[in-house]
Design a protein around this ligand. Sequence first.
Ligand code: HAM
Length: 403
Amino acid sequence: MIKSLRGMNDILSEDYKRFTYFINTASDVAQKYGFHFIQTPLLEETALFKRSVGASSDIVGKEMYQFIDKGENDVSLRPEGTAGVVRAFIQKKLDKAGGIHRFFYHGSMFRYERPQKGRLRQFHQFGVESFGVESIYEDANMIMMVCDILLACGIGYRLQLNSLGDAKCMPAYHDNLVKYVTKFKDEVCKDCIRRLDTNPIRVLDCKNKICQRIYKDAPKLINNLCQSCEDDFSKLKNILDSNNIDYEIDTNLVRGLDYYSKTAFEFVSDNIGSQSAIAGGGRYDKLVEFLDGRPTPAVGFAMGIERLMELIVMPESPKNGYYIGAMDENAVDLIVQLSHKKRKTHKVSIDYKAKNFKNHIKAAEKVNAKYFIIIGSNEIQSATMVIRNLKDNTEKTVTLKEF
Ligand code: HAM
C-alpha cells in the first residue's frame, strides 16, 4: 500500500472543519486590519530563499526541498511565505509605486525537518506582510492582530519579545559577541563555531546545554541598542502596555530566519508540547532592498496552523439545511429532483438508499440537518410530505409543489 510521505498529512473531516474555521477567522481579522489576500507560487528559484531567509540558516542550509527541474533551473518548494511575497511586491513594482501595501496569505510550506508532534515536513501557515510603514505602531499592530486571531479562536498564549537592533548597532554588538564566544571556542559546539562566521547572533538560539550555559553571561542585544532602536523598543512596550497585552522580554530570541532587524516576536503555547511556537514574526526593513527593490520598511508574522488546530475552541455549529431520505426504491427519483431544486437556496443531504425511519433519523443527526423529510409511496400518492424540524421537534405538512 502506498502511504503519504513522512511528515505530510491528509486533512479531512473534523480536522478540516478546524482548519477552515481557523483560516476564515484569521482572514476575517486580517481584513478588519485592512489587509488584502495574496497568493504566490509554491515553487520559486532557490536563490530567492538563499538571499532572503539566508544561506547560513538551518532552513536553507539543511531543510529545503530543492531540485533541478526539467529546464535545468535550481528550484525549491517554499519553506516560508515572506520571501515569495517580497518577490511579488518587487516584481509588480509596488516598491516603486510607494505607499502602503498590506497582504495576508495562507498555504503549504515545506521544510525537510525531523518529523515529530507539531513538526511536519509539509505544514500550513497563515501570514501577513506589511510594506511601507516605518512606524513602530505597525509592529504593535502586527502583535495585536495575532492576539485578536488567537482570542477569536479561544487560544491562550505567552508573547516573547526582543529587539535585534539595526545596521547601526548590530555590527559592534556582533564583534562583542564573537569576542565573547571565541573565549569559549574549545567548549561550544561545532555549529556555533560555524555560526561565528555566518551569522553570530544565531549562537544565542543554540539548543546545546553547554552552549546555553556559556551564553547566559554573553553580552545582551537589548543592552547594546542604538538610540533609535532603544526608543522604538520602549515605545513598542508602552503601546502593548496601554493595550493590556502581556509580554516577556527574551534577550535570546533571534528567530531562525536571517532577514530580521529591530522587532522580533514569538507567541508560544504551553499546551502543545515541545514545539511550542504558534506564531512568529518581526521587522525586516532591509529585505526589499536586498532583493533588488527600492528600500521599503516591512514587518510581518506567520502562524503555524497545524500547531493551532488542537487548541482551537470551535463554536457549536447550529443545525442547518435539509435531510431527505427515501423509504423505498421508487421514491429515489423524486428525492433527487426535490434536492436539486432545493439546493439553489439551501444545503440538502440526501440518501439514495431506501431505509427505515430510525436509520434515516440517525443519518440526519450525523449531518446536523435542521429539517427532516422522508418520502415513500404514501407521499408520492398524496403529493404531500411532512417536514420535521429537528431543532424544536415540530412538524408541518406541505404539498410537493409548495416545497
Ligand atoms: P517561522 O517562525 O519560521 O516564521 O514560522 C512561523 C510558524 O510556522 C511557527 O511559529 C510555527 O508555528 C510554524 N512552523 C514552522 N515550522 C513548522 C513545522 N516544521 N511544522 C509545523 N509548523 C511549523 C516564518 O516562517 C516567517 N516567514 C514569519 C514572518 C512573516 N516574519 C515576517 N513575516
